[in-house]
Design a protein around this ligand. Structure first.
Ligand code: THU
Length: 160
């Protein structure tokens, strides 16, 4: 018997101004996307913006549905759009912002498990890490250098 310890390292920025300039711009795109979310049921808006290696920014926001599970998270709207429109173009970074309409979330809000799994697929597909920056509505921002740091023991194609 053996105990296995899994550790992860994240970087924390105090505010958007502390981010590298290109990431500041990317986070601003995520904020713009967040404001356009369709979230009449949860009142919780999420925006995601991806920077591709060709310089294009692809953004998405959560799209809800009266049949709740038919809605989709912002991160997957964005990454599936990138996969559909720019197959073969690497995703370098993702910026995510999320907040409730009822109160401003000031702590970093990470992507949900399903979105982590979706992002993992794209890291595998492009054989290169994707940096992930996530924020609440404002305030501190957390960064992971790769999806692998957010989802240990990933299920991937190697098991199929
Ligand atoms: N949501 C996202 O867009 N991304 C996540 O990673 C977590 C949750 C959305 C789904 C739903 O529209 C709302 O936030 C509340 O869960």
């Amino acid at each position: 018997m053996q105990e296995i310890k899994i550790t992860t390292t994240l970087t924390c920025y105090d505010n958007i101004e502390e981010l590298p300039q290109n990431i500041q711009k990317l986070m601003e795109s995520a904020v713009t996307a967040r404001k356009k979310a369709y979230a009449p049921y949860s009142k919780f808006r999420v925006g995601a913006a991806l920077l591709l290696e060709n310089g294009v920014v692809v953004s998405g926001n959560n799209q809800e549905n009266a049949a709740y599970p038919s809605g989709l998270c912002a991160e997957r709207v964005a990454i599936y759009h990138a996969g559909a429109e720019y197959p073969g173009v690497k995703i370098l970074q993702i910026a995510i912002t999320a907040t409730s309409d009822n109160h401003i979330n000031k702590t970093p809000i990470p992507p949900c498990g399903s979105c982590r799994q979706a992002i993992a697929e794209y890291e595998m597909r492009q054989d290169a890490d994707i940096e992930i920056y996530f924020m609440g509505g404002e305030g501190k921002i957390m960064k992971s250098n790769s999806l692998k740091d957010l989802l240990p023991l990933i299920f991937d194609k190697s098991y199929l």
